[in-house]
Design a binder for this molecule. Structure first.
Ligand code: DX5
Ligand code: ZN
Length: 220
């Protein structure tokens, strides 16, 4: 089985020891740092924004995977690109003009991602696949870390994989929410390329080992 890319989610880090946790990510086999932005409108929670991104840019050597859970992402794409994002995900449900939004993300030199809430079918992406570098499938309702994986998501990953293959799209599949050692190998088997993991990494007694195990998709 091919090894997935691993994107530990900063949301679960210890903010009193942010530099320490970023250093841990630097030394680990993580491929990205997942950066969750919540605005209290698109999701019922508020997380962090530009001041923390500045710290991340200063101390983190891994590419930053920005997940915008915000109502009007177009207003902030340039700022997140200038702030050092490598990938910017906007939510399908938050974009009236998705094609334009994705085009702008690429114009700003970032990879363009589209995130789908659990209830949003993958078929809606068919006519915009050429503009997409990564599809982020939410396997929990966005807004909080530490929630349980919604089992149906596994079929959704498989369905998206079929759609991408049939359309000859090279977009990657990213999965976010409740991901850990119990479901990693099934997700990768279904077609997931990038695993986002918050609590299963930072809540582990040995986060470096947890990243390594996710990478190897080892069953616990
Ligand atoms: C949830 C966020 C996730 C979250 C994942 O809204 O988008 O990225 O940090 O956390 P875990 O892995 O704990 O479910
Ligand atoms: Zn996320």
């Amino acid at each position: 089985m091919t090894q997935p890319f691993i994107a530990p989610s900063l949301l679960a880090a210890d903010f009193a020891n942010l530099q320490r946790d970023l250093d841990l990510i630097n030394r680990s086999e993580a491929d990205y740092l997942h950066f969750d932005v919540m605005d209290g409108e698109f999701v019922p929670n508020i997380s962090f924004g530009f001041p923390i991104l500045e710290v991340v840019r200063k101390y983190c050597q891994k590419p930053v995977d920005v997940h915008l859970m915000i109502a009007q992402p177009d207003r902030y794409i340039d700022a997140f690109a200038d702030g050092g994002a490598s990938v910017i995900h906007v939510h399908y449900e938050a974009c009236t003009h998705l094609h334009r939004t994705l085009t702008r993300i690429r114009e700003m030199g970032c990879r363009a991602g589209v995130a789908l809430n659990p209830h949003t079918p993958v078929d809606g992406l068919e006519d915009v696949l050429e503009q997409i570098d990564v599809v982020l499938i939410m396997s929990v309702n966005p807004g909080f870390g530490g929630q349980s994986f919604i089992p149906h998501t596994l079929q959704k990953v498989a369905k998206l994989k079929q759609l991408l293959v049939a359309s000859r799209s090279s977009a990657l599949i990213e999965i976010d929410g409740g991901v850990g050692l119990t479901n990693a190998s099934a997700l990768v088997g279904a077609g997931a390329d990038i695993l986002v993991a918050g609590s299963s990494v930072f809540g582990a007694s040995d986060p470096m080992k947890a990243i390594q195990q996710l990478k190897d998709c080892q069953q616990p």
